[in-house]
Design a binder for this molecule. Structure first.
Ligand code: PRP
Ligand code: URA
Length: 287
């Protein structure tokens, strides 16, 4: 493992940011859940581009501009060679609604698989039909021990993929909405319907966008009122930004966050930049 020497703090306190690229030793690569890396490359025009080449267990990155590495043991940034490609499709304003849905769904598939793979597994040694031994992984919990909570409306778009990957999971819904008439785009709570005994379950919160963090914070507080422990919450998210991550990790240090990318900024309207615009409007074709 190597690190370029320069070290610096950026806006949020909770992330250690280093300039440089971290290459993982093979044995550490599997343990990346405890070593979270986001590489944010700011191109010459201020537009974010990202290009990573993953070779085996080590990561090689070619880029121009600034590379920022975040570390927080509870924040996982999806490492998959397809993510930059898939994200670039849905960031493109010219992407049709059908392509937007198709490419979004593909990233959601990867994100939700990542969340499931992070759950405790029983490992037994079994024999293949050819006679050799293999390690057989099975989730320790049953689907009934899990609950997906969608943040209406954009979070609902993630539910079909959740059902595909974990059929039988219980579902809760929370309706919170950013009040776009306020300067800080404060979120307002309207409604929740949560399964009984949610306090005993592992909860996946589903919402593609993490901007100020206000919406997700309201949902986590609602879950905590029901007795859900922070360590039993994983927020599955597509695009985040430093402010939203900082908001959640400081208020709820024990939750886990899985995101596909950390974009660098928010604009004056508190939309993520570069982001992709309003995720719900684009997915549901309602703008
Ligand atoms: C979007 C998004 C999140 C929220 C993120 O929802 O789906 O819930 O904004 O922003 P925040 O981190 O600043 O709170 P929105 O309120 O636009 O509703 P929608 O799902 O109906 O689009
Ligand atoms: N909601 C969205 O859909 N996009 C953003 O960038 C911020 C909030």
């Amino acid at each position: 493992m190597w690190l370029l020497p320069s070290c610096r703090r950026v806006s949020q306190k909770l992330f250690t940011c280093r300039l440089g690229v971290r290459a993982l030793k093979p044995e550490r690569a599997r343990a990346r859940k405890s070593l979270t890396t986001a590489l944010v490359f700011t191109g010459a025009m201020g537009y974010l581009t990202m290009r990573g080449e993953f070779m085996g267990f080590s990561k090689k990155v070619e880029c121009q501009g600034t590379k920022i590495e975040f570390e927080n043991p509870n924040v996982t940034i999806l490492e998959h060679s397809l993510v930059p490609f898939l994200l670039s499709q849905i960031r493109d304003p010219e992407c049709s609604t059908s392509d937007y849905r198709r490419f979004s769904d593909r990233i959601m598939h990867l994100l939700i698989e990542e969340a499931i793979a992070a759950e405790p597994m029983n490992v037994t040694i079994k024999k293949t039909l050819a006679g050799g031994d293999f390690e057989c992984y099975r989730l320790t919990k049953t689907p009934n021990d899990f609950c997906a909570v969608t943040i209406i409306r954009a979070g609902d778009s993630m539910l079909p993929k959740m059902f595909e990957l974990m059929p039988g999971i219980k579902v809760g819904k929370v309706l919170v909405q950013r009040d776009e008439s306020t300067e800080d785009k404060r979120s307002v709570f309207y409604y929740s319907k949560l399964p009984k005994e949610i306090a005993k379950k592992k909860v996946f919160i589903l919402d593609p966008m993490l901007a100020t963090g206000g919406s997700c914070s309201l949902v986590i507080n609602r879950l905590k009122e029901e007795g859900v422990k922070e360590e039993n919450i994983t927020f599955i998210n597509l695009i985040s930004c430093p402010e939203g991550l900082s908001c959640l990790t400081s208020a709820f240090p024990d939750i886990k966050i899985i995101t596909a990318v950390v974009d660098p900024n928010m604009n004056e309207e508190r939309y993520i930049e570069p982001g992709l615009g309003d995720y719900g409007d684009r997915y549901f074709n309602s703008d």
